[in-house]
Write a protein that binds this ligand. Structure first.
Ligand code: GDP
Ligand code: IMO
Ligand code: MG
Length: 435
């Protein structure tokens, strides 16, 4: 039987609108599973005027029957997660051991990871990555180093947890003081704080990998929720201006503890233009009136850090690469409404480097790329109330059709506004969607 699983990933530099798409598909799934990243993610869902910004809690949480899973590939910040839980519960969102499952093998983000993140960024000055400051890189570095890592399962071991934290904090303090000239952290305060977190989180900690594999065996549908965007992938993105995990569909299997065959159909989320937060190459960036227009119309200010996002035209040359990398079946196009009012819209279709056309895309070429653009006519009509492809102005339809041609896959879902219902199910062919 064909898998009913779906993987939703971003194909640009994050903030493509994944939260909204995952929420739309979640009611068809038994599980919604995060497999990468951590609280650096900010996934927005708008329902009936209420805005939910999720960082570590999976975007299936608004659907009471969905089991939300934080997979082993995530770096888990207990403080951020509990903060989110405490914000969501008074708003009527039920969260507990019945619907939130945290992998015992995920690595724990500690205060020294956040401190190391900010100290390293400030020392790099002009060469900084522009991280979210959530301790993501240092936590993944400890995961790879092994000896100074703490896994979520260890939070449940009250007898050894305190001593282990104390030992690592003392070691990290040596580096903070001698290398960075910073003040040391207080080990006792951290031990006390984390023992408190552990008490609250223990009922939700389990072996999520075997739970998901049993779900696969039973034919229960799973949705894998990507975080960040493929151009931020640690192996396949614009290195070193990337995040520290495997965020393309290639990261699903190891980040969730499932076989690669469980990935299912891959939905690649694209924004109708491009945004990027933080440093790094961005060939189609419009540091001008157009970029300003996109930022203001699209309210492009970070969900996690509030930083203004850099904005520019859609880069079809880059997205064809990320879509191929993840074997994307369908595209979900967001924020088409944001382009309303532009006289013309441009799509980058190719790069020239050193006067020569580039034959094969490679992210390393981006810093020296000159974009070749195709220009299409814009439209003035507001499209937020459109609910079918035919209702869109012909210029908007032409834009969508051209993206489908350039990216060599169909656009199944078109988002025309931030609200849950502001969308057009065009050609999704996923059972239950649009019915
Ligand atoms: P994610 O990280 O991929 O989940 O995306 P974010 O939530 O960080 O950023 C997407 C932003 O665009 C959020 O503020 C959404 O509410 C908003 N958004 C999503 N889809 C649309 C859309 O179709 N139109 C408009 N105008 N905003 C959208
Ligand atoms: P969602 O899931 C946009 C960017 C940061 C920085 C780089 C490294 O909401 O799409 P990190 O803190 O991960 O070490 O920062 O990656 N970044 C994101 N940009 N959306 C995200 O997540 C991001 N997560 C990380 O801005 O450039
Ligand atoms: Mg985001």
């Amino acid at each position: 039987m064909e898998s009913r699983n779906v993987t939703v990933i971003g194909l640009q530099w994050g903030d493509e609108g994944k939260g909204k798409i995952v929420d739309a598909l979640a009611r068809l799934s038994k599980y919604v599973v995060r497999f990468c990243g951590g609280a650096n993610a900010g996934h927005t869902i708008n329902v009936a005027g209420e805005k939910y910004a999720l960082h570590l809690i999976p975007s299936g949480i608004l659907h009471p029957d969905v089991r939300n899973v934080v997979g082993n590939g995530v770096v888990f910040d207990p403080q951020a997660a509990l903060g989110e839980i405490d914000e969501l519960r008074p708003r009527g969102v039920a969260i507990g051991p019945e619907n939130l499952f945290i992998s015992q093998s995920a690595n724990v983000v500690m205060p020294y990871h956040k401190l190391a993140d900010s100290l390293s960024e400030s020392l790099l000055g002009g060469g900084k990555i522009g991280t979210t400051g959530r301790g993501i890189g240092p936590c993944y570095a400890d995961k790879a180093s092994r000896s100074t890592a703490i896994r979520v399962g260890e939070l449940t071991k009250g007898d050894t947890l305190g001593a282990k934290i104390r030992k690592i904090v003392e070691l990290k303090n040596k580096m903070f003081v001698s290398v960075y000239g910073a003040d040391p952290l207080d080990p006792d305060a951290i031990v006390e704080q984390y023992i408190g977190f552990a008490r609250r989180l223990t009922p939700m900690i389990c072996d999520t990998g075997s739970m998901l594999r049993a779900g696969i065996e039973a034919g229960e549908p799973i949705l894998f929720e990507g975080a960040q965007g493929s151009m931020l992938d640690v192996d396949h993105g614009t290195y070193p201006f990337v995040t520290s995990s495997s965020v393309s569909a290639c990261g699903v299997a190891s980040g969730a503890g499932v076989p690669p065959s469980a990935v299912g159909r891959v939905v690649g989320v694209i924004k109708s233009y491009t945004s990027r937060v933080g440093a790094g190459p961005f060939p189609t960036e419009q540091d001008n009136e157009t970029g300003h227009y996109l930022r203001e119309q699209g309210e492009e200010y970070g969900t996690t850090t509030g930083r203004a996002r850099r904005c520019g035209w859609f880069d079809a040359f880059a997205v064809r690469y990320t879509a191929d990398l993840s074997g994307v079946d369908k595209l979900a196009l967001s924020s088409l409404d944001v382009l309303t009012g532009l006289k013309e819209v441009k799509i980058c279709t190719a790069y020239r480097v050193g006067g020569k056309m580039v034959e094969q895309f490679n992210p390393d070429l981006m810093p020296s790329a000159q974009c070749i653009y195709e220009t299409l006519p814009g439209w003035t009509e507001q499209i937020t109330t459109s609910r079918s492809f035919g209702e869109l102005p012909s210029q908007a339809r032409a834009y969508v059709n051209r993206l489908e041609e350039l990216l060599a896959r169909p656009v199944g879902f078109i988002s025309v506004g931030p609200e849950r219902n502001e969308c057009i199910v065009h050609n999704m062919q996923i059972e239950g969607v649009g019915q």
